[in-house]
Design a protein around this ligand. Structure first.
Ligand code: GLU
Length: 292
């Protein structure tokens, strides 16, 4: 597990080294995910999978402003990033191709209500599995591991989490990151999106931004002259796929689909097309939790 985590960090760090210009633009994703034929036939009547496969429609919530994970350029229909690739694999198993998925922007704070209200069928949005969240939504996975770090302006006197006491640090409301940085003694300031928070760092309005290393490294890669990620990871974030708790059959379906993708090389291909774009070694995919 530890080796996996280090490999993932190294992969994300390599985004910086491999960066030239806009990391989101380089991140094209894959376009040949194999879509299941006659998908509905494989599911039992009365299951949510059968309904989705028969309707040929699925709504997937992803981030739109996180290069490497969930990123959507204006005028482009299908976003890109590792979260999106995992969403494509799940949709394909339902017989739905990427262009027919309704990709809906989710921010950290609306992931649970979007799942509860049916605004989206699945959330794949740098969505850490936590006990609190599992009280209100289903979370299958994890499909990826990362950890919380800090993004600062180059030359900042903040070099790691031990330096944040009493300093203004931004993050996003509804994230694990905001609560965790408050616990470290920072003056935490919550924004709606990480791109807004990043702008606060660039303007010098706050001393640092904090969230998952995978997200921060994407921003640093976009702006390597001004921004850098500092310090060691100080949490473990395990990204899961959110689904509505009233449809518990979705858990086995998601886990089986992800497991197959791990075994047949689709997971590795997805990683290589997104966070691993710099050519760094692809990590071992994480072991998944049992379904409830
Ligand atoms: N992974 C953390 C979370 O789920 C932080 C990233 C985010 O806000 O999307 O809260």
């Amino acid at each position: 597990m530890k080796r996996t985590r280090i490999a993932v960090m190294a992969a994300a760090a390599a985004l910086i080294l491999g960066a030239c210009g806009n990391a989101g633009e380089e991140d094209t994703g894959s376009d040949d995910t194999k879509v299941a034929d006659n998908a509905a036939a494989q599911f039992e009547d009365g299951t949510r999978m059968k309904e989705l496969a028969e309707s040929g429609k699925v709504k997937i919530g992803v981030k739109f402003d996180q290069p490497g994970l969930g990123f959507k350029k204006a005028g482009v229909d299908v976003p890109t990033g590792l979260d999106v690739e995992m969403g494509k694999i799940i949709a394909a198993k339902l017989g739905i191709k990427a262009a027919d998925v309704e990709w809906i922007e989710t921010i950290s704070d609306n992931r649970e209500p979007f799942l509860q209200k049916g605004t989206v069928d699945f959330v794949l949005a740098s969505y850490s599995i936590t006990d609190e969240r599992r009280k209100v939504v289903g979370q299958a996975g994890p499909y990826y591991l990362t950890g919380q770090q800090l993004l600062v302006k180059k030359g900042s006197d903040i070099k790691g989490v031990e330096d944040v006491k009493g300093k203004e640090v931004c993050s996003v409301t509804g994230s694990t990151s905001l609560a965790q940085i408050e616990d470290k003694g920072a003056k935490a300031r919550g924004f709606e999106t990480y791109s807004q928070c990043r702008d606060q760092v660039l303007d010098g309005a706050v001393g640092a931004m904090t969230t998952d290393g995978s997200i921060l490294l994407g921003y640093a890669a976009e702006n390597p002259d001004e921004l850098e990620v500092v310090g060691k990871p100080f949490s473990e974030e395990r990204y899961g796929v959110g689904y509505n708790k009233d449809q518990p059959e979705l858990c086995e379906f998601i886990q089986d689909t992800l497991k197959t993708a791990q075994d047949d090389g689709a997971w590795a291909k997805a990683f290589e097309a997104t966070l691993g774009k710099s050519g760094v070694e692809t990590p071992e995919p994480p072991a998944m939790d049992p379904c409830p």
